[in-house]
Design a protein around this ligand. Sequence first.
Ligand SMILES: Nc1ncnc2c1ncn2[C@@H]1O[C@H](COP(=O)(O)OP(=O)(O)OP(=O)(O)O)[C@@H](O)[C@H]1O
Ligand SMILES: [Mg+2]
Length: 664
Amino acid sequence: MLKAAAKGQAVALNAYQLGLHKLRPAFVMVGLFSAVINVLMLTGSIYMLQVYDRVLSSGSVPTLFGLFAIVVVLYAFLGYYDFLRTRSLSRMAIKLDQMTGAATFRNWVRSGLPGDAGAGPMAGQPLRDLEVVRSFMSGPAIMALFDLPWVPLYLGILFFIHAWLGWLTVAGAGVVFLLALANRAVTRRAILRSMAMDGAERDFTERSRRGAEAIQAMGMEQAITARWGAMHIATLAAGQMGSDPSEMLAAASRAFRMLLQSAILTLGALLVLRGEISGGMIIASSILTGRALTPVDQIIGQWRSMARALEAHRNLGAFFAAQPAQKQQIDLPAPTGQITVTRVSKLAPGKPGTDRARILNQVSFTLEPGDGLGVIGNSASGKSTLARLLVGAWGPDAGEVRLDGATLDQWDPVKLGRAIGYLPQTLEMLPGTIRDNIARFDPEADDGSVIAAAKLAGVHEMILRLPEGYATRLGGAEMPLSGGQIQRLGLARAIYRQPRLVVLDEPNSNLDVAGDDALAQTIAALRAAGSVVIVMAHRPSAIAAVNKVMILHSGTVAQFGDKEEVLAAVTGRTAAAQAPSAVVPEAVEAAATVPEVSQRTDAEMPPKVAARVKAMTTPKSAASQTPAPQSMENVHDLAAATPRTAVFRAAQPPAKPTTPKVQP
Ligand SMILES: Nc1ncnc2c1ncn2[C@@H]1O[C@H](COP(=O)(O)OP(=O)(O)OP(=O)(O)O)[C@@H](O)[C@H]1O
Ligand SMILES: [Mg+2]
């Protein structure tokens, strides 16, 4: 079904408009039902007319019963068509949801991307908007809208009975209509405001729950509750501001309508006394006036829900329109993994025209299948941004990223996604089992591929040791895994079905020595199988198994080339850096700790030997270490790396703190 929806999306760009368009025949049908219903609604007044003018004057009981039998049949039809109309509308509502729900959800998820691919924080709450539209479509307000075009019919009959009765009703309808306009004027802004505030409040609530551990630990509960309380009261107040005048106007309108009914009776009686109409016509016209004003009255009563629905409808239209149009993709053959980055620049997300910081500046490089690239650089040098661009989560502002010669947006997204593995820096598993998460929620995943990915990532045994193994549920309140375990699961997800391009953003920030080694082996195995592996790293151990290194400095490539050459150049320059004329001191500092470690655990080195070397060179605890200037740099890097993992740590029960691995 998802596939079908994806195809539909490719044909018509705006799934919401398409959904509404497809409902057109059903809308016409409802219109026809409304026509029948409104004509049948005349039954009551015509019956009154007949009873007063024919039965009462002639005293004929058989006529009365005959007329009554006809009325019974007509009301039966009325009921039946009313039922048909209600049922059609509620089915249409479900159908709209079915046709657009998946696309709305997909776009909503996409809008979470902080870059230009997503609509950013302005995206609103399209799923809730869709719910509002859906409940409007099956609610009473829409029926009033369908009845509204029939008001002239009742007015016409009133005019036919007597022009004065017609005019009085028109004047009454005018007053009611003005009340409706006033209602709209006073509520519109309030409704908009309260909807926006409601969204913000929900967002705050959700995020607070996710940050529960930090809130609890640092005693933020009271402050957070106070903040929520303030938001909540403001939301309520905004809603109330609109609802007070709206309710007053609705009540005024109801009272006025009853008054109008009596006014019609009065005028009717006057006309009877003048001998211009018959007695039965008084009652008939009173009923007709009531009917003519009912839809108007209902619309006023339902004004708030209608305004909300209209707003939601507009939001949805704007939301879908803001989604970048998908290029027509051609079914390219599965990529080999050759990646070419040409003068890619990226500005900080923001409105075009405003002053936006340059995160990446003219980055260029090429990698062939089987290459492994380590990207190192200080914090905020643009490593994660480059990772996002490489996997297509963000688009570049200038330059190109090409996979097998085609820019990423030329690929079919599903095919491209299969060819890409990405381990983001902040990682959150989705609610589901471990198997689901590794298999990227692919409904057709086979166990073999899941286990192969887990084994390649070195997590198979760890998963089996869990009481429920691969069926262990992640997400939600209980998170039965440690930060490092989650990071390794993220790695398994990234390499599920051996993608051709694997981008790992700080894959070892939570790993211990064993995890580091497993990671190096995984990278080596992926490269041996012909995948391109790109590792963004603070800690040099992550780049043990790569053959190329890039040093990023403030978004610019300071060095790129074979690992040995770059590292040799950097160490050479480190010596030079003692002199004050260093060119890129920060990048050099960042890379300065690389050579010794990478030599220790080089890809060529058997993993066991590497592990032993590492065990020998790794002190038992950070405290027992006498820091040399370079190791200080390293310790500093580690400390800097820790807080950024807080997001997925916060999703777990308070666990024993992981001791960061320290290298000499
Ligand atoms: N969504 C964003 N909006 C605005 N600026 C951003 C955004 N994401 C990143 N930046 C900016 O881009 C720069 C590079 O960030 P990036 O996350 O790529 O650094 P990094 O090298 O991965 O750092 P770290 O090693 O700390 O992970 C930073 O200055 C950051 O402020
Ligand atoms: Mg980063």
